[in-house]
Design a protein around this ligand. Structure first.
Ligand code: DX5
Ligand code: ZN
Length: 218
């Protein structure tokens, strides 16, 4: 299994985004996690495709774009053109989930599907062999700095079990409340793509990335 770190720039200093992404990049983070919030699907508003296309000029790392927006199909093409590599949308936000997956694939991008803490793993079952990644939220989407919800760890374990039974090696990404202190526990549940915002961008970014990777790559 490939273990990948995806620092979430939601916790970065917006005035220094290029600089702080560079620090995560040189320290060895493989993905950059970009949270897009519309103020409707989640209460907060973050940034849109113009930020993605500006950042695209600063790094070659994989852009892991997490859309927390209602009816994401409306914006898939624009986020693909802006330079996203993986586009993840919420199951709860899409009226036609298959259409969104197909749209992402038709633009040559990898598709991810995400579930909120209250959404059961069973709702993902029709889509497991159709996406490259599943994002199990481990906090309520919308804000950084929240505490990891243990029942979401159990959902990861359940999902990894189902994927294994079906012979699928789909990536499971986890997002929210992940720090050095609980990273091993989260890996043990069966996640292999780790998002972390506060744990990476607060303090010494390069050291934080190095410390995470030491645990993830051992
Ligand atoms: C929350 C976002 C997360 C957020 C995680 O809705 O999807 O990516 O940045 O932040 P931390 O790691 O601080 O919990
Ligand atoms: Zn996210």
């Amino acid at each position: 299994m490939n273990f990948i770190l995806s620092p979430s720039i939601l916790a970065a200093d917006c005035a220094k985004l290029g600089e702080q992404i560079h620090a995560a990049d040189v320290a060895g983070a493989e993905y950059i996690h970009i949270d897009v919030m519309d103020g409707t699907f989640v209460p907060s508003i973050s940034y849109g495709m113009n930020v993605v296309s500006s950042l695209r000029k600063t790094t070659d790392k994989v852009f892991d774009v997490h859309l927390m927006i209602t009816e994401p199909i409306r914006y898939i093409e624009e986020f693909a053109k802006a330079g996203s590599d993986i586009i993840t949308f919420h199951l709860e936000a899409a009226s036609d989930v298959n259409a969104v997956i197909d749209k992402i694939h038709s633009l040559g991008k990898k598709a991810g599907i995400s579930i909120k803490p209250a959404t059961p793993v069973s709702e993902l079952l029709p889509y497991l062999d159709k996406v490259e990644m599943i994002l199990v939220m481990t906090v309520e989407p919308g804000f950084g700095g929240q505490a990891f919800l243990p029942h979401c760890g159990e959902k990861v374990k359940e999902l990894r079990g189902i994927l294994n039974e079906r012979g699928l090696s789909t990536d499971i990404e986890v997002d929210g409340g992940i720090y050095l202190s609980n990273l091993q526990e989260v890996l043990d549940y069966g996640a292999n793509v780790i998002v972390s915002g506060s744990g990476i961008f607060k303090g010494d970014i390069e050291k934080n990335v190095t410390d995470y990777l030491k645990i993830m790559k051992k």
